[in-house]
Structure formats: C-alpha cells, structure tokens
Design a protein around this ligand. Structure first.
Ligand code: FES
Length: 101
C-alpha cells in the first residue's frame, strides 16, 4: 500500500468532488471543509458515479436514487443502497492530495 498523488489541493473546492483513477480503481475524492476524503466511486445500489452526488457536510447523496453515505467511513446511512463502500486514507503533502491504495 502506498500513497499516490491524485489531485492538487486547489483543484477541489470546499464541498466539491473529483473522480480520480488510481491503481486501476475509480475513486470519488471530496473536500469537506478543507479535509479530503476518498471512497469507491461506484454506488453499490446501481453503480451510479458517487463523485456526481450531493455533499452536505460529510454526508453524500447518490445522484441517481438518493442513497446516503458517510464519506469519512464509506458507511451507508440510508437506502436504497444496502451496503457501504470502501473508504481510503488520504493525506495532503504540500499541495498534493494523496490516497493510499
Ligand atoms: S445507484 Fe445509488 S442509490 Fe441507486
């Protein structure tokens, strides 16, 4: 497991998201009040791209059917998704946002 640079700090505004690919995985990267969080991009319900969801605080709403997830842990908070997604460690080094995959 190693940290890989996936974005620059200034690329993702507070409350914003970016879809990134690292080590063959597609992740959704979020900026929650200056803290970055990464989870698998694919919603476990019907595979919607979670990077296109709506972020409120640390809660993300899936863009297709409204399942909610905690972007810090990947845990599912409300249906129709029945399971959560994997969350990844994120660190900031200088102006680089790095994810451990
Ligand atoms: S695809 Fe995410 S809730 Fe249906």
């Amino acid at each position: 497991m190693a940290f890989t640079t996936v974005a620059r700090v200034g690329e993702i505004s507070v409350g914003g998201a970016k879809q990134v690919t690292v080590a063959g995985k597609t992740l959704a990267l979020f900026n929650v009040n200056g803290n970055f969080h990464a989870i698998d991009n694919e919603c476990p319900h019907r595979n919607a791209p979670l990077a296109e969801g709506t972020l409120q605080g640390t809660e993300l709403e899936c863009p297709w059917h409204g399942a909610r997830f905690d972007v810090c842990t990947g845990a599912v908070l409300s249906p129709p998704a029945r399971s959560g997604v994997k969350a990844y460690k994120v660190q900031v080094s200088g102006d680089e946002v790095q994810v451990e995959v």
